[in-house]
Design a protein around this ligand. Sequence first.
Ligand SMILES: NC(=O)c1ccc[n+]([C@@H]2O[C@H](COP(=O)([O-])OP(=O)(O)OC[C@H]3O[C@@H](n4cnc5c(N)ncnc54)[C@H](OP(=O)(O)O)[C@@H]3O)[C@@H](O)[C@H]2O)c1
Length: 233
Amino acid sequence: MILKDKIAVVTGVSKGIGESLCKQLLDKGSKVYGLGRNNFEAIHDNYSFIKTDVRNLKDVEQAFMQILNENGNCIDILVNNAGLGYFGNVEDLPIEQWDEMMQTNVNGMFYCTRSAVPAMKKNGIGHIINIASTAGLEGMPMVSGYCATKWAVKGFSESLWRELRDHKIKVACVYPGSVKTDFFRNSPNIKPHDYMLQPEDVAAMMVYALETPDNFHQVNLEVRPLQPKGPSK
Ligand SMILES: NC(=O)c1ccc[n+]([C@@H]2O[C@H](COP(=O)([O-])OP(=O)(O)OC[C@H]3O[C@@H](n4cnc5c(N)ncnc54)[C@H](OP(=O)(O)O)[C@@H]3O)[C@@H](O)[C@H]2O)c1
């Protein structure tokens, strides 16, 4: 897809991977809508922020109604990026943290996707990218809740690409290992460091995927850091 003048929606834009992706899409000439509770410091003619908590169906529906109204019923790209993790032994994980992860990482993705797909189907063009995690490919002790949400992202994506491919809509699922962002703020023992993946590199991989030819569909994008603990001595 040629990204110039395409309508792109990215969720979770205040920092990290979402912020990097918005900036790179703007550099490519896309018209970008950032949906989130908070914005990054953005001043660009082609950028609009719509305050949206992706857990809130009304927020999401209103945001998509605005985007579709402003762009002749067109959305070309949706990146479901908003997400968060809490960690701990299963018996200690507060119900509120489980619910927040499920509502953000799973419900938010579903709400945004079902709001975007009708226009994509009608226009016969679309690319949806869901950000899972390597936690959506493996189980990890003390990460049960987060892993469960990302396995849900995987299951949703695996079904959706098969459902939408004949409508000329691509669905890709991204599985990054550790990325140097604020994501680890709730982790008791992991702090972000330079040997993690960089958010701008993960964003660049998605831009690459978005730019591939129409008949070239990258379904799963697993990416991990080399030497994740740093160079061996
Ligand atoms: N960092 C990693 O190691 C890693 C690895 C694999 C996958 N991921 C995934 O990558 C995605 C982006 O994470 P990140 O690393 O860039 O972390 P981040 O820096 O913490 O960014 C997360 C973004 O999601 C937004 N968000 C959270 N809850 C939201 C809600 N209810 N409604 C709207 N926006 C919400 C946050 O905005 P607020 O300002 O509103 O909080 C923030 O902009 C997440 O899905 C995460 O699970 C991260």
